[in-house]
Design a protein around this ligand. Structure first.
Ligand code: HAM
Length: 426
């Protein structure tokens, strides 16, 4: 156990972490362009927030939360998603009193106790955005388009964008009745989960992954059949704005999503080639959530993307993932006397903004050169007895396999000139 990480968690190791850093750079960049500001909320919150915010009929709340009593006898929960925390911060920090809309983004680990499999983890990472304070259907289209823009920039192709409208408090009771009327004679054939959903939240039956429930539900009334005029108009306008951007989408009448807070627009993005867990992102409008959490009536909309699944899809599609460039310099020494000079030079090189390292294992010159080569170092700066005597160093360009003897005081300038004239290819 001591040397095993908990089930459903991952180490992100050097070699992989560069992909994460690349995605994080792209995310921050796109958020800047679209006018979203970063928010960082705690990894854990009062359990009550998720009970109310995410909804107590959801799988997340019913069976997936990491909830525990802390030493102060309070029930806290590792965040299973980011929307509820963003709403809490919007209220606690009184963002509703400032200029609207408020456009926020976040990225970080989320926690859900589920059966781990490829693309489904107990600790996973989301990037998400939330917009508070606007009813405008153009905002729905903006957040959808922004997520698709991001996937496009990192080279993902063949994604399917599913959109639907799940109605509002005015049409939900009608939808609920219609669904209950439809499923009543079929109740005994539904899975045990859906039999519970029938009472609590029949909409979720449409979302059940059990084949008997999806077969039974194939003819069920869909959300769109029951929308009120205002929801229909809103949805038509969202689609119109997506059309203006020439963004292809599928109207998926069965899409309801697994969280209780959605109203109006719901959407999900699927990657075809990453197995069962094909949803690489999803979101929607949640016009009642701020109020449910104790705030003033405030419309909201957002989405979250799963970074592990995005990386899986990038690997499967062979998307270019930039590699880390490796060290610029390895300072190689021959003999103990050279060590002090090398140590001093190493720090001068680093202070000049050039990445550098040296041997700390007392290896032979040959072994040091081999290590520098394996580590992908661009230059070896070699200091042996001869160089000590003549106050010089040998600078070897490992890519070009050329070397030159350079006066010790000139080494940094020499390296800088070389790097300027022939920057390393990625
Ligand atoms: P969600 O659909 O539960 O939505 O999660 C969003 C994305 O997180 C999924 O599409 C998936 O890529 C990833 N994801 C979810 N669970 C796991 C898991 N166990 N392992 C790996 N990846 C996972 C939300 O969380 C909403 N808060 C999105 C939102 C924001 N809606 C409005 N604003």
């Amino acid at each position: 156990m001591l040397t095993m990480r908990p089930r459903g968690t991952n180490d992100i190791m050097p070699g992989e972490v560069e992909t994460w850093q690349y995605l994080e750079r792209q995310l921050r960049h796109i958020c800047g362009e679209y006018g979203y500001a970063e928010i960082r909320t705690p990894i854990f919150e009062h359990t009550e927030l998720f009970l109310r915010g995410v909804g107590d009929t959801t799988d997340i709340v019913e069976k997936e939360m990491y909830t525990f009593i802390d030493r102060g006898e309070r029930s806290v929960t590792l965040r299973p998603e980011g929307t509820a925390s963003a709403v809490r911060a919007y209220l606690e920090d009184k963002l509703y009193a400032g200029p609207q809309p408020v456009k926020l983004y976040y990225t970080g680990p989320m926690f859900r106790y589920d059966r781990p499999q490829a693309g489904r983890y107990r600790q996973f990472h989301q990037f998400g955005v939330e917009v508070f304070g606007s009813h405008d259907p153009a905002v729905d289209a903006e957040v959808i388009a922004m997520s698709m823009d991001f996937y496009g920039r990192i080279g993902l192709k063949n994604l399917a964008l599913h959109v639907n409208s799940v109605g509002c408090p005015a049409c939900r009771p009608h939808l609920r009745r219609q669904l209950q009327d439809f499923f009543r004679p079929r109740l005994a054939s539904l899975c045990p989960n859906c039999r519970e959903r029938y009472e609590k939240n029949p909409l979720r039956i449409l979302d059940c992954k059990e084949s008997r429930c999806s077969e039974l539900g194939a003819e069920a009334p869909t959300t769109i059949d029951c929308l009120c005029d205002s929801c229909l108009t809103h949805f038509a306008s969202v689609k119109k704005h997506l059309d203006l951007l020439h963004l292809p989408y599928i109207v998926d009448r069965r899409l309801v999503r697994g969280l209780d807070y959605y109203t109006h627009t719901a959407f999900e993005i699927m990657a075809p080639d990453i197995g069962a867990q094909s949803s690489i992102g999803g979101g929607g409008r949640y016009n009642g959530l701020v109020e449910t959490c104790g705030g003033p009536p405030t419309p909201g909309i957002g989405y979250a993307l799963g970074l592990e699944r995005i990386i899986l899809a990038m690997k499967n599609q062979g998307c270019a993932i930039p590699r880390s460039p490796g060290l610029d310099v390895f300072v190689v020494t021959a003999g103990r006397e050279a060590e002090h000079t090398a140590f001093h030079l190493l720090f001068k090189i680093r202070r000049a903004g050039i990445s550098a390292d040296k041997d700390y294992l007392n290896r032979s010159l040959k072994a040091q050169m081999k290590y520098a080569g394996k580590a992908g170092t661009r230059f070896a700066v070699i200091i042996g007895e001869e160089e000590l005597k003549s106050d010089t160093a040998v600078v070897r360009d490992m890519d070009a396999q050329e070397q030159a003897t350079v006066a010790m005081g000139e080494v940094i300038k020499y390296l800088q000139a070389k790097m300027r004239h022939a920057p390393r290819l990625p």
